[in-house]
Design a protein around this ligand. Sequence first.
Ligand code: IVH
Length: 679
Amino acid sequence: MADDISKKVELLRKEIRRHDHLYYVLNAPEITDQQYDKLFTELRKLEEEHPDLITADSPTQRVSGKPVEGFASVKHAAPMLSIDNTYNADELRDFDNRIQKALSDEDYKYIVELKIDGLAISIRYENGKLTQAATRGDGQTGDDATSNVRTIKAIPLTLMQEASVPEVLEVRGEIYMPKKSFAELNRQKAETGEPPFANPRNAAAGSLKLLDSRITASRNLAFFAYAIGQVTEPLADGHYKTLKALEKLSLPVNPNIKQAKNIDDVIKICQGWQNKKETLGYQIDGMVIKVDSFAQQQILGTTGRAPKWCISYKFPAEQAETIVESIDIQVGKTGILTPVANLKPVKLAGTKVKRASLHNFDQIKKLDLRVSDTVIIEKAGEIIPQVIEVKTKKRDIFDSKPIEIPANCPSCDSPTVVTVNKRKETGAEEEREFTTVKCSNPNCNSILKERVGYFVGRGQMDIENFGPALIDQLVNKGLIKNFADIYKLDIFKVAQLDRMATKSAENLLDGIEKSKTQDLWRLITGLGILNVGGQTGEILADKFITLDNLIAADIETLESIDQIGPTIAQSVFEYFTNPDNIAMIEEMKSLGVSPKSPTEKKTTPLTGKTIVVTGTLENFTRTQIAQAITGSGAKTSSSVSKKTDYVLVGANPGSKAEKAAKLGVEIIDEKKFIELTNG
Ligand code: IVH
């Protein structure tokens, strides 16, 4: 009996690891989140009943229950070297000339990789089990980051054993934060008045320095392996084959790795990525070029600091100089006042930039920014323009004065509340002062407008034609005082608004009507609960299935959810114990709002079918298509067989399309797929 249970536990772990790999590494999930949760809950339950069966590599043991005191030092078994930089094609050619000379005109090949902008990590596996992870530090000694690295789902705790695993294998790679997670994290920080991270690399580094790995777990870090350190048995005789071997061991390796036979090819590949780096879901700051053969790497050697067989090509920093024309003060949906700079329009990384966030008043003080100043702007994570430097020397000292913290709300004129908190910034040693400036009026129209705008927004209830101009009018006329009022709008109220033709009024009301049965997670997110973004909204919806269950949840239940820290649990609990909020939700219900719970899957002509995707799609990334397929009730598979119902073919398809034709499996394109998902 005990044996049976132990077998079952191992089987569940194996299955969960397989699905983690499919989801986090291959971007090709085969099951829905609910099905995954079921496996996970089952494993957790068995482990609770049989604690003696718990092992460190169990998927349930990624996040440790309590914060650590500090980080121990780790001496690297093989030093973690850095890379020399080049900045243009000529310097790349110089590098190639040195290689050619040192290899006495032998043939050689280059591997060209993306230079992921995160932080280097060394992960030690002993007999296929993750035993330690350490940051680079000074290259010889780093910090023990094991407990935090274990929370990153793309990093396997156990390597797949299909290929034989060396006794000791140190995997080196880059931990990074995807652009989307970075934007979401900074959005949450802004909401609570915390200073944002300047870029995804700082965000990743900061998240890895946290003493509480539960918070690290919520940060959505990711990983790409790009090299090995100490290894008891080489995986291959060259770099490219080693990366392929790491991939087979279930480690994530970046898919955009190219072999190049000469420096012209290398330069072409580098220039190609310089022009399309914005299309990636993560930030890269250049390219890395490596000589492939290990024997040749040996001949070339190192300078002590950096290997001579490797070079980076750094993209030029995308910055622009412009002038601050004025400062606007925005009131956010939590009432926090944020300064925004209106700039003399300037082109930066492909777009025209007219505004830059200044984050908060501490930032203005730190930069000593004033109206009419000449400033340097940069895009954080290639998305959000921000001021990084003020050219104070160019300032007219007689005609410039520091920007003051506003004493009144720019919208309702109520006095502001200025709080100065002392806090340790993520990863920082010392406490710093943070100033938050808030409007003191809970009924401030600007706050209400922001909250309504968020509620109806694309990522939440997704009500079309509900733009800022309309919200302005509805709030100013007193037609909307809370979210329930949205559902009391009728044609008479709407038609009296400016610039509202009958047809647009009807469209708007249609959209509002449709939103009554939006997905539950969208409604939860739309409520704008402090610290709850889309991702937490989804976690809560999956966990509680109905809004009533969520409302009834006690604080212990909320805190026990994976990926939900004590702060989020507390704000969710507070929101749903506030009688005003409950009254509003009840009113919404009585007006017909009845969100779709995550178990009510929509059925489409694709429900129950198996779909294989090949080639590059125009409208979907790999993750998006996988989600669209699962969302339509179908499942994805990575290989074509007779059981496959459809092969969805994009540009440059692989051999899968040929195989489908051979087996007589129906081939569809993106357009057809979209048609089928819409029924
Ligand atoms: S190879 C001996 N490959 O860039 C060479 N590094 O500026 C070891 N990085 O410290 C590193 N992407 O953190 C390598 N594809 C890639 C990389 C990469 C990012 C980072 C790494 C390194 C830094 C040097």
